[in-house]
Structure formats: C-alpha cells, structure tokens
Design a protein around this ligand. Structure first.
Ligand code: ADP
Ligand code: MG
Length: 739
C-alpha cells in the first residue's frame, strides 16, 4: 500500500492502544474476592492418588500397582482392566465424561486428545466404557509431532503408554493419564521416556555406591524442586503486540525511563489484581496435587515467581508442565497473558526455571545433606565430589541441555548465569575439598592418617545448611542440601536438563564404583579407596569450581584461561550431540539411542531456525506495516504544519519551524535506515531458502539476528520522535508497568 504523505484522519490503531489502557485501568481497580478455605481440605482432590486408589481398588490390586510404581514391574492385562475400572468409577464420580492420554512431545508443550467414555450400543442404548487397554496404550494420530526423521524412516504410527508412577488427574471433565510417547519402533518421541530411564540409571548407580555406606539402601530417588519465573502482561496490550503474541518477546520498543534500576519490584507487595490471579491458579494447582507453596514478585517489573515443595523428579516435572498450563488458562480468566519466554523484554531481567536437584534414599537420607558423623559425611562428600566431577567431564552436554532460542538472550546477559558452566560450593565446602585434596597422602595411609581425616570430615559442620552463602551468579550452585541448576530457561521442559544431569551423574557414579573397587582389589581398605578416589576427582575437576562473580567480564577471561567452554548460542551448543563419546554414554546407560539423539538434535536445530524465522518475518511486517506508516503519518502532519507556516510566514517559516524541519528530516533518515535493514534481512532470508536446517540456524544466529537488532535501533529512534498519540504499538513502559 502506498503511504499517504498527506496524513489522513485519526487511525483506528491509535484508538486501540488508548482503549486498551482504559480497559486496564478499570480492571486494575476491581476488587478481588478470596476463598479462605483450608488448602488441606481440597489438596489433591482431582488426583487419583495412592490414597484414592486404596479406596477404589481391591487390596491385592492396590499392592500390585504399588509394586509396579515402586519397582517398575509390569502390569498384566487383567490387572490393568481392574485398575481402569476403579479409575473410571472415581473419575465418573467426579463428573468426568472423557479421558485422554496426556504426554509431552518434543514441541515443548503438552498434548492431549480427548475420547469419550460413552459408547453407543447396537440396541440404541449407551454405556460408559474404559478398559485396561484404553488405560495402558493409545495410538494418537500424532503424525505431525516433531520426530526428527524417526517416523518418516520407519513407521508413521506413534503410541502413548501409561506411566503408572505419575497419578492420573482430572481437568474439567477429562480424566488425564500421564503417558510416554514412542514411535512404532519403540523410539522415544517425548521427554518423559528418557527422563524415566535417566532416573532409573542414576537410581541403580547411586544405590550401588550407597552400599559402601549403608546396606539398607535399595532405591535412590531424584528429587526436583523447580522455581518458575514468568511475566504478566494485560491481554488488551498483548493483543496489540503481534511480536509478543507470536514470538513471546518484544522485537521493538524503546527502553522505558524506568526499568528495574530502583530495585523496587523484587519481593515488593503483590498488586491486588495479580494476587487474585495467583490465588486462583494456586487453588487450581492444589486441586491437581501440585504442591505450590511460594509466590513473590521477581526483579523485573511485572515479573513473578511460583515454586512448589520439591517432589520425585518425574512427578515434579509433570507438575511443572501442568502448572504452566494452569497458569496460561487462569491468566486468561484474569485478562492477563503469561509470558514464559526467557527474555520478553530487553533491558530488564529475563526468566529462568531453577532446577533444585538432590538424591534421596529409601532410608530417608538426602545424599546431598551433610551428615552427623564421619561416615555419613563421607557419603555426602562422595556424592558432592562425583557431581562436581560429572559436570567437569560433561559441561558441554549440560550446556546443550539448556540451549534454546529464548535462553540465548538470557545466558550471559549480566543478569543470568553465563553460558560457561561452573560450580559454586560455598566457603566451607570448598575448604573441605581443598583440605582433602592436600591432606590425603600419596602412599599407604596409616590408621592415624585415616582417623585424622575422618575426624576432619566429621567436623564438616551440620550448620553448613544454614550457613551456605548464596552465589546467585553461578549456573550450578550448592545450596546447603541440594544443587541448584540456575541456567535452565523458564520455558523449558525440566526433563531436558534432568535427563542430562542424571545421566552424567549416573555415568560418573558407575565409574567411581569401578575405580574404588579396583583400589580395594589392590589392597586398599574401603575408606582409603574412597578417599583416594575422591582426592583424584577433586584434583581433576578443580577448574570447574568458581566462587566469584559469574556475571563479570573477568570471569569470561578467567574461564577461557582455565579451558572452560563458553558456548554463547544454541547452534554452537547443540553440536555436542554429534560427539561420538556423548552418544556412546547415553547409549551405554540406555537413556537415549543414537537415533534418538540424532532426532533430538535435528528437532532442536530446526526449531531454532524456525523460531528465528518467525521473529525475522515479524520484524519485517511490523516495520513495514506499522512502524513506517505511523512514522510517515506523523511526518506528513509536520509537513502540513510546515506548509501552513510557509503560507503564513513566507521565507521565515524555516526559522520558525526549525524543530519540525529537523524532526521531519530525522524521521526520514530513520525510516530509510529501518527500511534498508528490512531489505537486508529479506535478502539474507532469500539466500537460505531450501538450505539445510543447520545452515538456516547458523545464518539466523550469526547474520540475521544482528540485523534484527539494528532494525530495532532505527525503529526505537522513530518511537522516540513520533507523537505518542500516533504510535500503534503498546510501549515498553505500558507493557511493564500496567497492571
Ligand atoms: P530460593 O532458591 O528461592 O532461595 P530455596 O532454596 O529455599 O529458595 O528453595 C528452592 C527450592 O528448592 C524449593 O522449591 C524447594 O522445594 C527446593 N528443594 C529443597 N530441598 C530440596 C531437595 N532435597 N531436592 C530438591 N529440591 C529441593
Ligand atoms: Mg532458588
């Protein structure tokens, strides 16, 4: 459409932005009501929990199911039929009419396809039917889920299989059954299957190591406590930002005068309207058995956090996926949009999803909590040191596990941990590791040596828990009784990080067991063998430990000196999945096959390219269809004004209208600059048509993304000049401060 240089009447777009702001004012002042009911009265009401199972299943079936949940034994058809009958009865008593297999395909969100319990009969009647086979296995027509070539090469079908370790739940009128999602050939097409396998492998490896310390340990569970950060934006404004709606982040927008520099949002009082939203989603979460306990304002304006009590990792991850869904739905009811993107707004903090991780035994011991005596402390140190060593050996895989287009904006942005993987242990634990490193003698240890060392270890203060200093700039920090993996992105499925972390720790523990046993075979006693092996690992992995400021430039230099990787972007980070040694490790531990790893790599690379492509298209559209026309409109107004001035003042108009003249000129220059950048973006895009996903990702990352940033600079300069009334897009200050 040819731009109208004459200016024209008032535009509809302009009105939209003002109407939106008015609407929001009314919403913000509306009062909220709260229900004061005790949470314990309704917690888990919509979950087919073990407690409910006991009520709806015969005793022997209940025991069989529990055995299956606790030890991964198989459930036979007959048993499944009975469980399905009990589940149906419970679900129907709660008004459920449909059921769905609920799964986590590699799209990053959850998927469901609802089927009715109701079945018509030939004689005109109908019954409600739900059999064991329907519970155990379904074949969703899921051919358009990402598969990285797995389906194309083999078979198009996919299956969902019941995961009995995560209880079924009801949302609305639908019974949801957590399932894994696999191809006809048995390849994982989801996050849950490899997660369960990784948890199994760390269980086996950790249980074996625990035998050195306590023969009663026969199971080790991974515990996960995630902290979910998010932004809220009023939906009236969200609707007027195609970039937010389609990419989750703003691609244009002048930095507001006030961002987070006054640090007045963090832990501040929660706005009434936001609190009403929080109370409602917490209520919904509690019905679903998600144990959310914590809510607070985060650092950036309009940024918040929710965290639950930690749980077994597979369940915790299901709960995180479910909660993200609950947040989205509840937000809509409150006229909010919830943003999970890692960096929706330039200039203020992004969002993460800290993964608090620990290992806990069937005997009730958290292996990452310092013990009360030398023996339990040696066990604690064994797990800490092996975790540190696992990350040292596999830092690049851990980095790849958190890679994603959104997290690229956050990692290393001086408000989130850098892309360099390092570990923070705190003063005391560090001192203990240094002590072990120095004080274990090379030769045969005397009984006195050992006693002294153990005494020292025993002194590792129980108060460590209360004393751990918090270093919030570390991507992976020990926090008293757990490690906190802080680099995980807010939109991520925790499984990605958890699959990797548990696999590399399992791999390390298996090696540790072998090495300690070898030392014992050569004549060391058990404690001596453990201590010497720990010393070796402490020495080996020293360079990954860093106590200083992870946000500083100096660390980047220091890390380079230490030889640590710093992979700043996703396409670079993902390359580790092509490493034969990495593939061999995942295969050996039976977590992922090489086909599955390859498929995942393809999917993630393609996803990166596609997401950047959408962003680039929007930069072009918004620039050409909204920003340039609005700027020209304003320019026309000024030109009209100058023409009027000329009519009235003659030659003197240049002096009188000097400001207008200058603005008209600057507008012209910035419009041209923006148009030029858009042109280059389009040209670069046309060059990669039909190129391989790897090339596409790399070009978007290295060429087009910087051009998009430059386009934004020109657009933001226009925003600074154009009449506020005429600007079509809700501004950053409105997005960040209106609610
Ligand atoms: P913050 O990191 O915000 O200061 P905390 O350290 O108190 O908060 O707790 C963060 C999270 O750590 C909580 O969600 C909690 O459930 C989780 N957490 C505590 N203990 C464990 C554990 N043993 N395993 C896994 N997560 C844990
Ligand atoms: Mg935390």
């Amino acid at each position: 459409m040819a731009p109208n240089f004459k200016g024209g009447g008032k535009q509809k777009i302009m009105k939209n932005r003002q109407i939106a702001l008015q609407e929001i004012n009314a919403r913000n002042s509306a009062n909220s009501s709260t229900n004061g009911e005790r949470i314990s009265n309704y917690f888990g009401k919509n979950v087919f929990s073990p407690h409910k199972m006991r009520e709806y299943l015969p005793e022997d079936l209940y025991e069989k199911l529990m055995d299956c949940i606790n030890h991964g034994t198989r459930i036979d058809r007959n048993v499944a039929d009975h469980i399905a009958a009990g589940m149906k009865e419970w679900a129907m008593s709660k008004g459920a009419t449909h059921f769905t297999h609920w799964f986590q395909p590699l799209t990053g969100s959850t998927a469901e396809k609802h089927d009715s319990f109701f079945k018509p009969m030939s004689d005109g009647r109908a019954i409600e039917k739900f059999e064991g086979t329907m519970l155990v296995q379904q074949e969703p027509d899921a051919s358009s889920f990402p598969n990285g070539g797995i389906r194309n090469t083999f078979e198009a079908r996919g299956y969902t299989l019941w995961d009995p370790s995560s209880p079924a739940f009801i949302v609305g009128n639908t019974l949801c059954i957590p399932t894994i999602f696999i191809s006809y050939t048995g390849h994982a097409l989801d996050y849950k299957m490899p997660l369960i396998k990784a948890l199994g492998s760390v269980d086996a490896a950790a249980t074996a190591v625990c035998q050195y310390f306590d023969k009663d340990v026969n199971k080790v569970n991974t515990t996960l406590g995630w902290e979910q950060e998010y932004f809220l934006v009023d939906s009236a404004l969200h609707k007027l930002r195609p970039d937010l709606a389609m990419t989750g982040r703003v691609l244009f927008g002048k930095k507001p005068a006030k961002g987070q520099q006054l640090e007045d949002h963090y832990f501040g009082s929660i706005p009434e309207r936001v609190l009403a939203f929080m109370k409602e989603f917490e209520y919904e979460s509690h019905l679903l058995g998600i144990p959310v306990t914590t809510r607070h304002n985060e650092v950036a304006p309009n940024q918040y956090e929710v965290a639950p009590m930690f749980e077994e990792a597979n369940l915790a991850n299901d709960h995180n996926q479910l909660l993200m869904d609950v947040l989205k739905k509840t937000a809509q009811k409150h006229n909010f949009n919830v943003l999970f993107h890692e960096k929706p707004f330039e200039g203020v903090n992004g969002s993460g999803k800290h993964n608090n991780w620990a290992l806990s035994t069937n005997t009730g011991v958290n292996l990452l909590r310092p013990g009360k005596n030398p023996k339990s402390n040696l066990q604690f140190l064994t797990f800490v040191v092996n975790t540190v060593a696992a990350i040292f050996e596999n830092a690049d895989i851990l980095r790849a596990s958190i890679a994603g287009v959104g997290n690229d904006h956050r990692l290393g942005a001086n408000e989130a941990p850098p892309a360099i993987m390092s570990i923070f242990l705190g003063v005391q634990l560090n001192a203990m590791l240094d002590n072990l490193e120095k004080n274990i003698k090379a030769g045969k240890m005397t009984p006195e040596d050992k006693t002294e060392l153990k005494l020292n270890i025993g002194k590792l203060p129980q108060v460590l828990l209360d004393n751990t200093d918090r270093n919030r700039t570390s991507p992976f920090a020990f926090t008293g009784n757990k490690f906190e993996f802080r680099a995980v992105g807010s939109s991520a499925n925790c499984a990605n990080a958890m699959i990797t972390l548990n696999t590399i720790v399992a791999n390390r523990l298996i090696q540790f067991k072998k090495d300690v046993d070898a030392r014992i075979a050569k004549g060391d006693d058990k404690d001596e063998a453990i201590l010497k092996e720990l010393q070796r690992l402490i020495k080996m992995s020293k360079s990954i430990r860093f106590e200083g400021n992870g946000y500083g430039e100096e660390w980047v230099k220091e890390a380079a000196k230490r030889g640590l990787s710093n992979m700043k972007d996703t396409p670079t980070a993902l390359k580790v999945w092509k490493d034969k040694k990495v593939i061999a490790m995942f295969e050996k531990l039976n977590v992922l096959t090489s086909e599955e790893i390859h498929a995942r790599y393809e999917i993630e690379v393609e996803n990166y390219g596609r997401r950047r492509e959408i962003e680039a298209e929007l930069v072009v559209d918004i620039a050409l269809n909204q920003i340039i026309p609005a700027s020209i409109q304003y320019q026309s107004k000024l030109v009209e004004n100058l023409e009027g001035l000329k009519d009235v003042f003659g030659a003197e108009f240049k002096k009188i209208g000097a400001t207008q003249l200058e603005i008209v000129k600057t507008l012209g220059m910035q419009i041209n600059a923006l148009k030029a950048k858009v042109g280059v973006i389009q040209k670069e895009q046309s060059k990669i048509e039909g190129a391989s996903p790897e090339t596409v990702a790399s070009v978007y990352c290295n060429k087009i993304k910087p051009l998009m940033d430059q386009a934004r600079e020109a657009a933001d300069a226009l925003e600074a000049l154009v009449d506020d009334q005429e600007w079509p897009l809700p501004k950053m200050r409105e997005l960040l401060f209106t609610c």
